[in-house]
Write a protein that binds this ligand. Structure first.
Ligand code: DAH
Length: 333
């Protein structure tokens, strides 16, 4: 067994992790010393066999232990040396000052506001905590109406909740002001959703225009939204599809031709060539009744800002907009 004893010294004298690995193979490898020693047992007498086996096994576990202790020690040493060599002093001042930039969602929101502000739409905000009346009831979403299910959210006490859309700002504005009205409402909204296209908090922009009865038509709405979508996305086709929203009648959803495949059909547009971008319609008479407006007509629309930002910057996963990873966000400057 003198042969094995030498290996303890070898381990002790190793100066780096690579050397340790070589020693490990020399001892425990298929052709290593242990294998050779065990093989020798075959020729020994039965009595010696058990003695040798016992001794060999004791060395085996002792050597294994020595190896792992030494390896950890050397690894720590190497790491410390590497850190010293890097010479990173986190307390040093930085000599360069990097210019920040707007988050893509805020940048998109600003651009949308820019379009409507130029047309004299006032910018209204409202609060993120709403009551049931403004968020649902006045928007023609009575209690127990099944359309409430589309917008499940976080409730507080006394029928207070995190607003599920920016539409309540329509109600607040009409309650506070006489017609005519021309407003947009940008802001954060909240829903109980989470997947690659939904986050519990996101941003919407609401639009509302109210004037004398008979003065506002669906044609006006179509014109302005088509012009707006071309301002945002460049030369795209725009189409309107009949849809349902409780607060507008008739209601529509606006689609643009897919910005990725130019309408040929691809994965993003589910091979339809079209991307849904907003909801809109002619304000339902029940909404005007709720805010006690008489002899008026109007149109409204609502859109998700993140969706616009994703389409403009070709971002695949909505959640990446909220992770705050600077390396990722920098790409959209
Ligand atoms: N509030 C709707 C939503 O969150 C969006 C919307 C659709 C707003 C149509 C409108 C509208 O004003 O007319 O899904």
């Amino acid at each position: 067994m003198r042969l094995l004893k030498e290996w303890y010294d070898a381990i002790n004298n190793a100066t780096n992790v690579d050397a340790i690995e070589e020693i490990r193979i020399s001892i425990f490898g298929k052709k290593g010393v242990l294998a050779t020693e065990f093989a020798k047992m075959k020729t020994a007498s039965n009595e010696d066999k058990s003695k040798i086996a016992k001794e060999l096994n004791t060395h085996k576990s002792a050597l294994m232990n020595e190896l792992s202790v030494k390896k950890t020690e050397l690894q720590t040493q190497e790491l410390e040396l590497a850190m010293q060599a890097e010479g990173l002093d986190v307390s040093l001042y930085s000599t360069s000052s990097e210019a920040g930039a707007l988050h893509p969602v805020m940048e998109t929101m600003d651009r949308i506001v820019e379009y409507f502000a130029a047309l004299n739409f006032a910018v209204k905000t409202g609060g993120m905590v709403e009551d049931d009346f403004n968020n649902f009831e006045a928007l023609n979403l009575p209690k127990y109406h099944p359309a409430r299910d589309m917008q499940d959210t976080f409730y507080f006490k006394d029928e207070m909740l995190l607003r599920t859309h920016t539409s309540p700002v329509q109600i607040r504005t009409m309650m506070a002001q006489k017609p005519p009205i021309r407003m947009i409402a940008p802001g954060a909204v909240f829903r109980r959703d989470y997947d690659i296209t939904h986050t519990p908090m996101f941003h919407q922009i609401e639009g509302l225009l109210v004037d004398e009865k008979g003065k506002v038509s669906f044609a006006n709405l179509k014109f302005i939204l088509e012009d707006f979508l071309k301002f945002m996305f460049g030369e795209v086709e725009v189409r309107f599809r009949p849809s349902f929203f409780p607060f507008t009648e008739p209601s529509a959803e606006a689609d643009i031709s897919c910005v990725f495949c130019k309408g040929d059909g691809c994965r993003v547009c589910s091979h339809t060539g079209w991307l849904e971008v907003l909801g809109c319609g002619i304000v339902d008479p029940n909404v005007f009744e709720a805010v006690k407006y008489e002899n008026v007509s109007g149109y409204a629309f609502g859109l998700g800002v993140e969706r616009f930002a994703m389409l403009i910057h070709q971002i695949g996963d909505l959640r990446s907009l909220f992770e705050g990873d600077i390396k990722l966000l920098e790409q959209f400057r």
